[in-house]
Design a protein around this ligand. Structure first.
Ligand code: PSU
Ligand code: MN
Length: 309
């Protein structure tokens, strides 16, 4: 890939050049995942959590057609205020936005693509896209899953929301060769809750284990990434009965309104937040911090492992 479209923030470039840890962060979570001003506060605080755990944050976005690996505070505020007026940029959108000089908020997919272009290997977010409920007729499968199979970035998330079909999401990842790791658990976390009833492929308990597995994947020449699922801290996890009812209602609303395509995930996130009276937003914010911490620790461990070889 040609790098003339890419702007790497100076602090990020220096860290990469000297084998110091960097963690990528996405921007759709800012523009489409949370309301203003909590989105901006969270985006800035999550960068601080990465720093507090020894790594350099690189918030990723497309601004004026430039692929940004590392946004300034002003750019984060800009994206947060632009909100839903910012294009949600998946793989299919990136070239058009860059050619037209437009803005785009990066999803897990495009954050992985730009992180990889910049040489960043670890990425923290809240939740990933997956196979939607009813995908057997709608064919709605997030591009995030495909990207995990072909771009070598470790993604730390809190599992997947049950707006998705979690069983089919795991099947898809298995078919495409993406290992799903539970951090401190053998059970796939379901974003707002620590349990889903589904098992992950491997349990790992330390940042060193995560780093070793990913390092080996890179050394084997694998093109794909790894998915680390980190359960929401107990104190912030939600009552499964409450959240599942809200999700079922949101899915029914979306169906009734005929929402589809790239609009469905933002619609469902917003509907869940409204139905739970904002409780889900606080949980969402806290799990992102928790993922940023684990990603930063894994990035530190990965750099240490490379240093020792
Ligand atoms: N799930 C969440 N929060 C999010 C997203 C998903 O809990 O913010 C965003 C991420 O950017 C993810 C994208 O990559 O939605 C997936 O969108 P789609 O389902 O259209 O692929
Ligand atoms: Mn989709």
């Amino acid at each position: 890939m040609k790098k003339q479209y890419l702007d790497i923030a100076p602090e990020v470039a220096q860290a990469i050049a000297s084998n110091r840890p960097v963690v990528a962060l996405e921007s759709t979570i800012i523009s489409h995942g949370m309301p203003y001003p909590q989105n901006v506060e969270t985006a800035l605080q999550v960068e601080q959590v990465v720093r507090d755990n020894g790594a350099v944050p690189a918030t990723i976005a497309v601004i004026g057609g430039r692929l940004k690996a590392g946004c300034t505070k002003e750019e984060i505020v800009y994206l947060g205020q632009k909100g839903l007026n910012c294009a949600k940029a998946s793989r299919r959108d990136l070239a058009v936005l860059a050619a037209r000089g437009e803005d785009g908020a990066t999803t897990v997919t495009t954050t992985m693509i730009i992180a990889h272009m910049a040489g960043i290997q670890i990425f923290a977010t809240g939740g990933i896209g997956g196979v939607h409920r009813g995908a057997e007729t709608t064919m709605d499968i997030s591009a995030d899953l495909e990207e995990l199979s072909k771009t070598p970035v470790m993604v730390v998330c809190a599992g997947a929301k049950s707006i998705l079909d979690l069983g089919l999401t795991l099947e898809y990842l298995e078919t495409h060769g993406v290992p799903v790791i539970g951090y401190g658990t053998q059970e796939l976390p379901a974003f707002y809750t620590r349990k889903s009833g589904f098992s992950v492929d491997y349990r790992m308990d330390t940042p060193q284990e995560l780093a070793a597995a990913f390092h080996t994947s890179l050394e084997l020449g694998f093109q794909g990434g790894m998915l680390v699922t980190n359960p929401i801290p107990e104190a912030y996890s939600m009552d499964p009965a409450v959240i599942n009812k809200a999700i079922d209602q949101a899915v029914a609303d979306a169906q009734a309104k005929g929402i589809h395509g790239k609009d469905i995930t933002p619609f469902l996130l917003d509907a869940v937040k409204t139905i739970t009276g904002g409780d889900s937003l606080n949980s969402n914010i806290q799990l992102v911090y928790n993922n940023a911490k684990v990603a930063a620790q894994a990035a530190v461990a990965l750099c240490a492992l490379r240093e020792s070889q």
